[in-house]
Design a protein. Structure first.
Length: 102
């Protein structure tokens, strides 16, 4: 496993680790903070997964292995979808951390 694979799973662990306190925190400010940090982990996971797919030339999506060499348009469309979702989640994280009314 390469360093980007470890980074992908580190973001996944950050998503879970920062999401678990949401079950126990009742104050709105802390829910926004933990939720925003959890969203950073989820968005980072998506972008890191897209980066890893670009490096390896293949992406697994819903039990289907899509290879750049076999179907390049589907590969790039899938990566665009994953990257757009990751960027959207990161925008939501910034909103939750800094701009959400407290």
């Amino acid at each position: 496993m390469g360093a980007s694979t470890y980074l992908t799973w580190a973001f996944a662990a950050l998503f879970v680790a920062c999401g678990l306190p949401l079950f126990f925190v009742e104050e709105v400010t802390w829910r926004n903070i933990w939720g925003g940090l959890s969203l950073i982990g989820l968005g980072g996971f998506a972008l890191s997964m897209a980066r890893d797919a670009i490096k390896s030339g293949e992406v697994r999506f819903n039990h289907t292995l899509i290879k750049r060499a076999d179907s390049p348009r589907l590969f790039w469309a899938t990566l665009a979808l994953i990257a757009a979702a990751g960027i959207g989640v990161l925008v939501a994280a910034v909103w939750a951390l800094f701009f959400k009314a407290r």
